[in-house]
Write a protein that binds this ligand. Structure first.
Ligand code: FAD
Length: 502
């Protein structure tokens, strides 16, 4: 690029990724005198699914100064305390992966390590989740906003939202436009590149308009209009590890009780989601097309609905993986254009957030520096790989072998990163921390134990705590959680008094 300054940023696409990017850049780059323009095409539309999130989105919203209750009202949001996984470890079993801790450390050793010792010896039979405030609230369909500064176990839980992501995009569009982002409707029909450098210089729309820019953010969805169709970044295909490649989605009428959690139910050739919003329940079936037809997947999904369908089924096709590079020349891909991992742990919107945060940190004010792009690509590659490993864990930590899909996972060679992690866990319950891993130890513990991968040992430092001290302290925590849950309003009552749409 021959210019010295980035004066015009062009965002291609107005889905969740495009408007999250526009809102955050408009907010965080204020004062840099940068014009931001977003182009979206009504005729192409957006992917139209994406309802469950991770707690980090709260920090994204609050960094933008967004009022939580207003946001919840406008996006028909409910609270998400975690995900209930049904039939994953074995048919008939279930567990909740919460956002929050399992007990508090005792004598500076993680609570779960103490629990492992006493559970393995048979001294206690209380399941670990009874020491997790998030799980117990979810099981009782209760919710209140936790006190972040409290050191009491009953306050140790996080929460995210279940919302309509297209309403979220509209909400952020209003925010971004109020901060000066220009929205242009039109279909991009040609991308012009610099003759020498290959950098993108302008976009031609179907109405003959030419949009020039210094820096481009590709939020064009699966097609990757700039990053792939123009710059040919290439795709790292992870179908070997995550072979599910299709989904069918359909909303239905909402039912009672209003669950403050998402449900993911394992099936013979994939899994189904159920996500309760205020005005409807989102449902979908993610599946491996080699083992089930589209028609059969659709009919299985329809027969699992617990309310009247509100739309026609929406069929989606994808391939698990990520772009070889998300930042190439003067283009950064954010959202589905940067890669896709099935929504088993609701990670796509989170990866959008990671992409935006990293871009802001490395935003080029002078020339685009290759080292900035390299660092961005390294971080995003790790973010994607960490999520991939965690998703794959759900398929391999299981006793299921009742279908071709489950038998496939039995014989799969795992990525080294995941293999190491499982081995460390199995010996003494050690959880290796990943750089840029969004899922912290409590998440791994939830899935590993929830799917019956019990370690053979434990951290020997727990032996410094007497059995009596453990029993007394753990009972105190369990009862504090129960008392608190008993005094917590139902999720629906919380919404009525806070962020209910009407
Ligand atoms: P899109 O929504 O596809 O938007 C692309 C934009 O680019 C549109 O505005 C389009 O008009 C524009 N565009 C494209 N080409 C052109 C052109 N030539 N000219 C002009 N404009 C153009 N994520 C979660 O976090 N939680 C979930 O529970 C979840 N569930 C999912 C379930 C499924 C089955 C799938 C497939 C995804 C799910 N996701 C989920 C992911 C989530 O839907 C996406 O990450 C999110 O919606 C972002 O999409 P996007 O903005 O990248 O792309």
């Amino acid at each position: 690029m021959n210019r010295n300054d980035i004066k015009r940023v062009v965002i291609v696409g107005g889905g969740t990724a495009g408007w999250m990017t526009a809102a955050a850049l408009a907010n965080k780059l204020q004062g840099l005198a940068i014009d931001i323009e977003l182009i979206e095409s009504d005729s192409i539309g957006t992917v139209g699914v994406g309802e469950a999130t991770l707690p980090h989105i709260r920090f994204f919203n609050s960094a933008l100064g967004i009022d939580e209750a207003a946001f919840m009202r406008e996006t028909e949001a409910t609270i998400k305390l975690g995900i209930e996984f049904c039939d994953w470890g074995n048919v008939g079993e279930s567990y909740i992966h919460p956002f929050g801790d399992f007990g508090l450390p005792i004598n500076n050793v993680d609570f779960y390590q103490h629990w492992l010792k006493h559970f393995q010896s048979g001294a206690i039979t209380t399941p670990l989740h009874e020491y997790a405030a998030g799980v117990m609230s979810a099981k009782h369909n209760k919710f209140r906003i936790p006190e972040p500064s409290s050191s009491n176990i009953e306050q140790h839980y996080g929460y995210a939202y279940q919302f309509d992501s297209s309403l979220y995009a509209k909400f952020l569009r209003r925010y971004a436009q109020a901060k000066g982002v220009i929205r242009t409707e039109g279909k991009i029909v040609e991308v012009k590149q610099h003759n020498d450098t290959g950098e993108v210089v302008s976009l031609a729309l179907d109405n003959q308009a030419i949009i020039e820019g210094d820096f481009f953010v590709d939020c064009s969805g699966f097609r990757g209009l700039l990053i792939e169709q123009t710059l040919h970044a290439g795709y790292d295909d992870w179908s070997e590890w995550l072979p599910c490649n299709r989904a069918v989605a359909i909303p239905c009428e909402s039912t009672n009780p209003l669950m403050p959690y998402t449900r993911a139910t394992a099936k013979a050739a994939g899994w189904q989601w159920r996500i309760p919003l205020q005005h409807r329940t989102g449902n979908g079936f993610v599946y491996w097309s080699e083992h089930i037809s589209d028609d059969e997947a659709c009919s299985q999904l329809l027969s699992a609905l617990d309310g009247k369908p509100l739309a026609e089924p929406n069929q989606l096709y994808f391939k698990a993986g990520r772009r070889n590079v998300c930042w190439e020349k003067n283009v950064v891909a954010i959202g589905l254009s940067s890669g896709f991992l099935e929504p088993l742990e609701s990670t796509s919107i989170h990866l959008i957030q990671e992409g935006i945060t990293t871009l802001i940190e490395l935003f080029p004010q002078q020339r685009v520096q290759q080292q900035d792009a390299d660092e961005y690509n390294r971080r995003m590659a790790l973010n994607f790989e960490r999520v991939r490993d965690f998703l794959l864990l759900h398929y391999v930590a299981t006793k299921r072998d009742d279908s071709d899909m489950w038998r496939y996972f039995r014989n799969l060679t795992l990525p080294d990163s995941l293999q190491t992690k499982i081995e460390l866990w199995l010996s003494r319950g050690y959880i290796q921390r990943y750089e840029f891993g969004v899922f912290l130890p409590p998440s791994w513990i939830a899935v590993l134990l929830g799917q019956n991968l019990m370690p053979t040992g434990f951290d020997p430092r727990v032996n410094n705590t007497s059995d009596a001290e453990f029993i007394q302290t753990s009972e105190r925590m369990r009862k504090a959680i129960l008392n608190s849950v008993n005094n917590t309003p139902l999720h629906r009552e919380f919404l009525t008094g806070y962020g209910a749409a009407s």
